[in-house]
Design a protein around this ligand. Sequence first.
Ligand SMILES: CC(C)(COP(=O)(O)OP(=O)(O)OC[C@H]1O[C@@H](n2cnc3c(N)ncnc32)[C@H](O)[C@@H]1OP(=O)(O)O)[C@@H](O)C(=O)NCCC(=O)NCCS
Length: 212
Amino acid sequence: MTLRLALDGAVFLQPPTDDDLVQLARRAAEPGAVLPPAEAHFVTWIAGRTPQEIAQQRIARVQANRDLTRRPGWSLDLAVMVEEQPVGLQSLSGFDQWPHHRIVGTTSWLLAAFQGRGLGTRARAAVLELAFAHLRAESAKSWVLDENRASVAVSTKLGYRLIDRHHITEHGSRYAEGVFQLDRDAWLESRARRRYRPAITGAAHLVHLLGR
Ligand SMILES: CC(C)(COP(=O)(O)OP(=O)(O)OC[C@H]1O[C@@H](n2cnc3c(N)ncnc32)[C@H](O)[C@@H]1OP(=O)(O)O)[C@@H](O)C(=O)NCCC(=O)NCCS
């Protein structure tokens, strides 16, 4: 049974098929498809690359991540599906010390036309539920540039707290970045969980692989 995180109605997350992946990668590689040029540094995979490189690297990364037994660390990439069409990617990663330290990270992006409608919040909440309620994660972390207001807002709405701030340098520019953390008990008891909790099916294989 395929893993599926149903958010509501016709919106769900599931591992992308090769067709989904190629379609998503090609669309994401079009200039401005995910972020306007001035904000391309919000993610690590756009700035400084040609559309062809973006598409190839997106596909290669997701295909390489499919083998979740390759340790250290793992990344589960889920396509955000709206009316059966892939419109973005929501990833959940276990860091190197998994399963001794059960800390996960999340990254996500949506095609611009699907941003700002609450989809990013629900997609992140869905993988938090998978991580905390099924994979027994202890905490989730997120690294976000201060200027990425949408991503900061998603973390804040879902109950993460800011635990650190520092500066990073990318492509010769210096940016302020916050580190946000959400712990298991805080999520399990939160109002955000009650509001956004997805219906998760087909997780048994994943729990067997990663949950112990
Ligand atoms: C980050 C991202 C996944 C969030 O998904 P989304 O669907 O756009 O976010 P939501 O619609 O759930 O909005 C979350 C909150 O951000 C707020 N927000 C969005 N853009 C904002 C902005 N420019 N300034 C301030 N707040 C903003 C929204 O108002 C919303 O809060 P509210 O529900 O209280 O009004 C999406 O915007 C995206 O793909 N961005 C480009 C890629 C990216 O930056 N990824 C993250 C890398 S760390």
